[in-house]
Design a protein around this ligand. Structure first.
Ligand code: PMT
Length: 403
């Protein structure tokens, strides 16, 4: 599982100009179903009012150790115990130094000291402070003690200079939190995912393709990373940024995808083919732009290689998962593909609806296993579906390891 739904997150905000960016982080966390409890230091409150965080999180903000009402409602020990993860964003040199030195003299450092939960720091500060050897020594101490970090980025800093020290983007912090909270059931597994469309050129400025956005394949690659796998993502052209920590191989044509997949296959345990690969390509690509004439144009097409079928012939102990995009007879057409391509599982994708499938944020699928069992899933977001697909693959992995 790599979902934040129902997870308890204590977000510590410290005194830094980037404190306002944590409001955006709270918004994202709440949107993903997490319960967020914000703890602010005195200096954080000089930058942003607690009401901002209270409104966005829907929970009271904790601001001090000695506030009788707050301690009665939700004491620092209870906060320390209930947190699935403690996130400190932005984290100043001060809080990093305090924790590294074992100091617990305010609400946030006390909650961290009293907690057994994993802690993630997202540092933000002026570049000279970031490079200060004392801070670097403190980072080392904390890393050796298994504290987690999302490093700051490079760019314009509040002091007017440019350099390293900007708070990491909310998406990257969110990514790290999800990763920390995910079950690592794909650890030590090497997975190869394909995504997106292929583009087959007619001439230098025209091509044949399909509306795959890559969202489904990218969601699967991201969920695999969260769940501990080593991931290679081979993708046709999309507008998406590759998930963090994947080995990304961009391709354009079906043939380029076939070559990239062949290259990786030897060192892969699990292949998931979510790409929409062209079945046909123009037999000849014109070297110059084809001129418009006063008659129709007939293109001769030739078959591309079926990448997945070729993998099925040499699969050995690997797990092969395909997708089948169908507009009719979903189950029977997908079952034929599962058998013909020697797959362990196929995700039969109903692309007859306008609101699911290609280019949208949701898919409506049936998951068919090699033994013929089927799970008919309701339409759901591609991130959630990625997890459901991985749950099924995890079962296959478990079974194959018992053999
Ligand atoms: O990218 P999105 O916008 O998120 O859309 C997702 C999706 C609709 C593209 C995806 O969920 C999906 O259904 N992908 C499979 C689409 C498809 O091409 O299905 P198919 O039935 O034509 O192919 C069956 C399987 O064989 C697929 O796993 C495909 O990757 C593979 N194949 C097909 C042709 C070919 N030459 N080589 C292949 O490996």
């Amino acid at each position: 599982m790599s979902s934040l739904k129902g997870r308890e997150i204590v977000l510590g905000v410290t005194g830094c100009i980037a404190a306002y960016k944590s409001a955006e982080l709270v918004r994202h966390l709440v949107k993903q179903g997490a319960c967020v409890h914000v703890v602010m230091t005195d200096s954080a409150r000089e930058f942003v009012a607690p009401l901002t965080f209270q409104t966005l999180s829907g929970s009271p903000v904790t601001t001090g150790l000695f506030k009788l009402y707050e301690e009665k409602e939700i004491g620092h020990i209870s906060l320390a115990r209930r947190a699935d993860v403690i996130v400190v964003a932005p984290a100043t040199a001060n809080i990093i130094g305090k924790v590294a030195g074992g100091i617990a003299d305010d609400i946030l450092s006390t909650v961290i000291m009293a907690s057994m939960s994993p802690v993630l720091f997202a540092p933000a500060m002026n570049e000279s402070m970031w490079k200060n050897p004392i801070l670097q020594k403190n980072l080392k101490i904390l890393k050796n003690l298994s504290y987690n970090f999302v490093n700051p980025g490079w760019g314009d800093l509040a002091c007017g200079a440019q350099g390293e020290g900007r708070l990491a983007e909310a998406d990257d912090i969110l990514d790290e939190i999800t990763c920390m909270l995910s079950t690592k059931d794909f650890e030590q597994k090497r997975a190869l995912v394909t995504a997106g469309p292929t583009c087959e050129s007619i001439d230098p400025v025209r091509y044949i393709s399909n509306p795959s956005s890559g969202k489904m394949g990218f969601s699967i690659a991201r969920a695999l990373i969260y769940r501990g796998a080593d991931v290679t993502l081979v993708s046709g052209p999309t507008a998406l940024s590759p998930p963090r920590n994947v080995k990304f191989v961009p391709v354009r044509t079906a043939e380029e995808m076939a070559l990239a997949v062949e290259d990786e296959f030897g060192q892969t345990d699990i292949v998931i083919k979510a790409a929409a690969v062209a079945d046909y390509r123009p037999a000849n690509t014109a070297l110059q732009k084809i001129k418009k004439e006063n008659k129709g144009l007939v293109l001769e097409m030739e078959k591309t290689r079926d990448i997945l079928a070729a993998l099925g012939e040499k699969k050995a102990g690997r797990i092969l998962v395909g997708f089948a995009a169908e507009t009719q007879d979903l189950f029977s057409n997908a079952l034929v593909k599962l058998k013909k391509k020697n797959l362990d599982m196929i995700v039969a994708n109903d692309v007859s609806r306008n609101d699911t499938g290609f280019g949208t944020d949701i898919n409506k699928v049936e998951i068919i296993m090699a033994d013929g069992s089927v799970e008919d899933l309701p339409a759901m977001g591609k991130d959630e579906l990625a997890d459901r697909i991985l749950d099924k693959i995890a079962q296959i992995v478990k079974k194959s390891e018992l053999k």
